[in-house]
Design a protein around this ligand. Structure first.
Ligand SMILES: *[C@@H]1O[C@H](CO)[C@@H](O)[C@H](O)[C@H]1NC(C)=O
Ligand SMILES: *[C@@H]1O[C@H](CO)[C@@H](O)[C@H](O)[C@H]1NC(C)=O
Ligand SMILES: CC(=O)N[C@H]1CO[C@H](CO)[C@@H](O)[C@@H]1O
Length: 547
């Protein structure tokens, strides 16, 4: 409690006032006497020359209705006969501060705030009312505004945002909060701030002097609770009763560490896929859970067996394990696969666990489903041969196809008519025996390349090419290439060549025939001509001579 006390002041311009100090206020040897009625303790300042009494003190935030008394100026030339007039100049003179020109009483006209302006510098002089002559001064003095605790501590931020790793040791630094107090820090405890925690215990603590917030509880688990709202109070007057206070909120987030392993929620997963599934296609997705977040929840899936048939990868967005097929499936060969799939975290924190503890495995059963597949021919192509003079109805060969599916449906055969527009061929639908329905002529068409269909249940169908080769038989007589008239001179000598004849044959081998020439029996009675066989093959004999 500050009791206003009577303050006596000397304004000293030129004189030694040391002697004046000995008895407070009584002396008026020369110069001014100030009597202050102010809110504060006496302020003395020792100068080289002696005691200076040139300050008034005034308590800030005066709440009275009347003008606040500051003090009294008095000149020892004032004989109190009304002939002297006090005049005030300087900061706030006539507005904030007024002087009674007769008595020298100084008043403040309004409430003052130290935090706005802590001191005012004014001047005063005493004037002879009659002559207008300066009797005293001018002399400078200051009015110092004395602090009261009228400002509460204010935090530099509200809210504070901070974070600390989960599972951090007790006492780990989180954040430092700071509150400032506008009151006079050099005087009293009005600006002396002490911090305390109003909300956030027992998880966090605050250092009273520094405002440093630290963790206060061991094993704080982000997966249990991630966000904390801490309320810190700053109180001045060193935290004592009656001090002013301010608060701030500190939002603290626990940062994730990898303290949780990935876990398969199921021990067994089952997927059914058609045997027709293309290699590279997805068989199924696995999703392990991990209580951590971000990098600490990134996983890697591995297949422990059957790696030639299946493989895994991780979808980096969803962290799902994707099982894909590597090779074609065949229901008829293998109907189920049982895989062991392992999941583990990509980024491990060696502080918390061994690698093994952060793994999990699951069993994945892949069921292969039968797909109704078309019949399969036993050979990729068939070659058949038929003699060109074979009778219609002659079986020239057989094709065979089976249904690869387990239920082995009956397969029926037919000729793809688009490859046999003339309906040269036919097939027994039940056993695949191909027969001819017309006479064939190799010399007309040596190959008949057709397609045979095999159908199962009249729906699924497959094709196979059948190459039919027509074999030659000697069904063509040689023919003379030139039917000529021959001329002979009447004086021709015996043995003279009259004409050369040649022949050809449509049968095979083309151009390779060896013909035998002789006179026809009906001509042989005439002994005047004969034929000589030159014993050459078709190619040369067909050459026609020019004479
Ligand atoms: C196919 O059936 C036909 C008519 O029943 C028969 O003549 C033929 O010999 C059979 N073919 C075979 C390879 O059994
Ligand atoms: C039929 O197939 C045989 C054997 O592949 C080939 O030599 C022949 O040129 C083909 N004929 C036709 C008309 O496609
Ligand atoms: C059948 C025929 O015409 N024979 C003749 C063969 O040549 C002799 C002699 O030049 C004739 O006398 C034949 O009549």
């Amino acid at each position: 409690m500050r009791t206003p006390l009577l303050l006596l002041m000397w304004l000293c311009f030129w004189c030694e006032v040391r002697s004046a100090l000995r008895t407070t206020g009584g002396l008026r040897r020369t110069g001014w006497e100030h009597t202050g009625m102010a809110g504060s303790a006496l302020s003395l300042r020792r100068s080289k020359r002696g005691w200076m009494w040139n300050q008034f003190f005034l308590l800030e935030e005066y709440t009275g209705n009347d003008n606040q008394y500051v003090g009294k100026l008095h000149s020892d030339k004032d004989r109190e006969d009304g002939t002297i007039r006090y005049v005030l100049t300087g900061e706030g003179a006539g507005t904030i501060f007024v002087i009674d020109e007769k008595s020298g009483d100084l008043h403040a006209t309004r409430r003052l705030d130290r935090e706005e302006k802590a001191s005012y510098t004014l001047s005063a002089k005493a004037v002879d009312k009659l002559t207008g002559r300066d009797l005293e001064g001018p002399s400078q003095f200051t009015i110092k505004i004395h602090d009261i605790n009228d400002n509460e501590p204010k935090f530099t931020k509200d809210p504070y945002i901070a974070s600390v790793q989960e599972m951090a040791d007790v006492g780990t630094f989180v954040v430092q909060v700071t509150a400032t107090d506008a009151d006079d820090a050099t005087y009293g405890n009005s600006a002396k701030v002490v911090y305390s925690i109003l909300q956030g215990q027992p998880y966090f603590s605050v250092e009273p002097e520094t405002g440093i917030i630290r963790t206060a509880l061991p094993n704080m688990n982000r997966e249990v609770r991630e966000h904390y709202q801490v309320v810190i109070q700053a109180k001045d007057m060193a935290g004592q009763m009656g001090g002013l206070s301010g608060t701030t909120t500190v939002n603290i987030t626990l940062l994730d560490i990898n303290n949780n392993p990935p876990r398969f929620p199921q021990g067994v997963y089952q997927f059914s896929v058609p045997e027709s599934l293309e290699p590279g296609s997805t068989v199924g997705l696995l999703k392990a859970t991990d209580a951590d977040t971000g990098k600490n929840a990134e996983m890697e899936y591995t297949i422990m067996d059957d790696q030639d048939m299946f493989q895994t990868s991780t979808n980096r967005v969803t962290q799902e394990g994707v099982i894909t097929l590597r090779k074609p499936l065949d229901y008829e060969k293998r109907k189920t696969y049982t895989l062991r799939v392992q999941v583990e975290n990509v980024y491990l924190d060696p502080r918390f666990h061994s690698r093994d503890a952060f793994r999990d495995t699951a069993t994945v059963k892949v069921m292969v489903e039968d797909v109704n597949e078309p019949p399969v021919f036993k050979r990729p192509a068939y070659i058949m041969e038929v003699k060109e003079n074979a009778e219609p109805g002659t079986i020239i060969g057989s094709v065979s196809a089976v249904d690869p599916d387990a239920n082995r449906n009956i397969v029926k055969y037919l000729i793809d008519w688009r490859t046999d527009m003339d309906h040269v061929f036919n097939i027994y639908p039940n056993n695949g025996s191909v027969y001819i329905s017309r006479l064939l002529d190799r010399e007309e068409q040596a190959w008949h390349n057709i397609s045979v269909q095999a159908t199962e249940n009249n729906s699924l169908m497959s094709h196979v090419p059948v190459y039919v080769r027509v074999l030659d038989v000697n069904d063509n007589a040689p023919t003379f290439d030139n039917v000529d008239e021959a001329f002979v001179c009447e004086n021709a000598k015996a043995g003279q060549r009259i004409q050369t004849v040649s022949a050809s044959d449509a049968d095979q081998p083309t151009g390779g025939h060896r013909f035998f020439f002789s006179l026809a029996p009906e001509a042989s009675v005439n002994a005047n001509f004969t034929v000589r066989d030159n014993k050459v093959t078709e190619e040369t004999s067909t050459k026609r001579p020019n004479n």
